[in-house]
Design a protein around this ligand. Structure first.
Ligand code: SF4
Ligand code: SF4
Length: 244
């Protein structure tokens, strides 16, 4: 195996032990045109790179490690993800290699859900988030970077959505706002937001639909991490609304 590929495998293993246990390498030349176009239209100069690396967390280990890191910044999840991603980049790079963070905290638009589907990590679910056959709704995209290093692309097969065989669809009945419909494309985002911003809303610190999903419940994030995630998103919505 090429030396940088070996270094990558070792560095990826270390990241996995810190909770970033989902890693996929895409050959930019093989990506669907729509994904490339989205990144280029948002300012990415892809001519300098040959690969896009996507990192994510499946399950709660990431949050256990985040807690141990005791970060006191306003955006601990992004900070921790970028710290681990930076470590990976440092460990695999040689002189002359070029790397650029594409997500988060970047103006580049990275079609995360589409890439997640290509990687076999998940498929769109009725609540809008991607769903994994293994982790259920308890996985997320944490970072992505472009690199000139010719890492071996990840091989993956399409995974059927667990929603296809979920007859009762408890996510739909659990949503108090009627936002969750039959498919991701039908998700009523504005109804969800309106409900979450109401005084005394049941969805300030959680998503009842997400909790109702029976897939991968053993991978559910710790309760205080769920509260933090959803409180932060309500604050972001309020901030965004204040600016518009
Ligand atoms: S409850 Fe069923 S339909 Fe809803 S996200 Fe989970 S698996 Fe999919
Ligand atoms: S956050 Fe609440 S309103 Fe929004 S989808 Fe989840 S359960 Fe429905």
């Amino acid at each position: 195996m090429h030396e940088q590929s070996l270094l990558f495998a070792e560095a990826a293993e270390k990241l996995s032990e810190r909770g970033l246990n989902l890693i996929a390498v895409f050959d930019l030349a093989q990506l669907p045109k729509s994904i490339v176009a989205t990144m280029e239209q948002s300012g990415a100069d892809l001519s300098r790179f040959s690969r896009l690396v996507l990192l994510g967390n499946g399950g709660r280990l990431f949050f256990d490690e985040l807690e141990k890191a005791e970060l006191t910044v306003s955006d601990p999840i992004d900070t921790f993800s970028l710290h681990l991603t930076g470590q990976l980049i440092d460990e695999i790079s040689a002189e002359g290699d070029i790397n650029q963070i594409a997500y988060p905290q970047s103006s580049i638009m990275v079609p995360l859900q589409q890439l997640g589907e290509l990687a076999g990590w998940g498929t769109p679910s009725p609540i809008g988030n991607s769903i994994s056959a293994e982790y259920g709704l308890w996985f997320a995209f944490r970072s992505a970077f472009l690199t000139s290093i010719p890492l071996p692309p990840t091989r993956s097969d399409p995974v059927p959505s667990p929603c296809l065989t979920c007859v009762d669809k408890p996510c739909q009945t659990a949503c108090p706002a009627g936002a969750v419909q039959q498919s991701s494309a039908e998700f009523k985002l504005q109804q969800c937001i309106t409900h979450r911003l109401k005084d005394g809303s049941s969805c300030v610190e959680t998503c009842l639909a997400r909790l109702a999903c029976p897939v991968g419940v053993e991978h559910r994030y710790p309760p205080h991490s769920i509260s933090h995630l959803y409180r932060s998103s309500v604050l972001s919505i309020r901030e965004w609304q204040g600016k518009n």
